[in-house]
Design a protein around this ligand. Structure first.
Ligand code: IPD
Length: 266
């Protein structure tokens, strides 16, 4: 087995245990334990417990690797060979409200390139996986994105940040776009949005303000399904913008987002 598939195998087994813990803690009842960047940016005991469990599992299996996680930041390993990028619960607000769109997202990065990733919707058990150059799969089925070629008929996913000034900018961008597409979906978990775009359940997706843990695994799933996953104007996907769309839709969506200054503002 090649290294990418070995890393994926480990990621999947760790993410399944993590999803089981998140689900069990959800069943037991959830309260926000703290807020982070703003009053609406909550963290639950489960976010922290799941992240701790994943970090321990990675340390046990591959003690030299480093980990970047949403709740506890960077933990350097001795070897620095692989960096794991983790969102223990992407879609924390959905988790809080028991809306079934929250995911464990775990990616393995080698020399700055994500080579393997898994996203598991912990509420439903649905799994999406990809290895670099090896395609993207959902529960064993190979993914190839949407066949939609007309942006006017595209169902486009997006999301909003937690800060009010950023949301106002994002709403203004959406106001410029929503009359020119089929409709918009805001499902509340970026990692799942990217995977739904990989499956063709969304025709495309964009969002400003994502962190590496939001898009590392889902971005690889989308790219391996044949989508273009980029920032704007030649930038790599990152905090300013992530756009994921099949080649036939990407240019139209990208160019409209540039016109709307979607990567600018707060
Ligand atoms: C958030 C979700 C949401 C997106 C936000 C993210 P979190 O992640 O992915 O859909 O719109 O930008 O911060 O806080 O639930 O891990």
């Amino acid at each position: 087995m090649d290294r990418e598939h070995e890393l994926l195998g480990l990621a999947v087994s760790i993410a399944r245990e993590a999803a089981a813990l998140a689900r069990a803690m959800r069943t037991a009842g959830v309260d926000p334990v703290a807020t982070k960047s703003t009053l609406t940016d909550v963290v639950t005991a489960a976010d922290r417990a799941v992240e701790r469990q994943v970090r321990e599992a990675i340390r046990a299996a591959r003690p030299g690797d480093s980990v970047l996680g949403e709740e506890f930041g960077t933990e350097a390993g001795g070897g620095q060979e692989v960096r794991w990028i983790l969102d223990p619960i992407d879609g924390t607000v959905n988790y809080l409200y028991d809306l079934p769109q929250y995911a464990v997202s775990l990616a393995a990065e080698v020399d700055g390139t994500v080579v393997a990733g898994v996203v598991i919707n912990a509420a439903t058990g649905k799994e999406w996986t990809a290895v670099l150059g090896g395609g993207a799969f959902a529960d064993g089925r190979r993914l190839s994105g949407s066949g939609q070629t007309d942006l006017r008929q595209a169902l486009v996913g997006t999301g909003f940040g937690y800060a009010a000034d950023r949301r106002l900018h994002q709403a203004a961008v959406l106001a410029g776009l929503i009359g020119e597409i089929r409709d918009v979906r805001r499902l509340g978990a970026a990692a799942i949005d990217l995977c739904l775009a990989a499956e063709g359940s969304l025709d495309a997706y964009y969002e400003k303000g994502l962190n590496a843990w939001d898009h590392a695994a889902g971005g690889l799933v989308a790219a391996e399904a044949g989508l273009l996953v980029t920032g704007l104007s030649g930038a790599a996907p990152g905090p300013d913008m992530v756009v994921a769309a099949p080649p036939a839709l990407h240019k139209g969506l990208h160019d409209r987002l540039v016109e709307l200054d979607a990567d600018k503002g707060p």
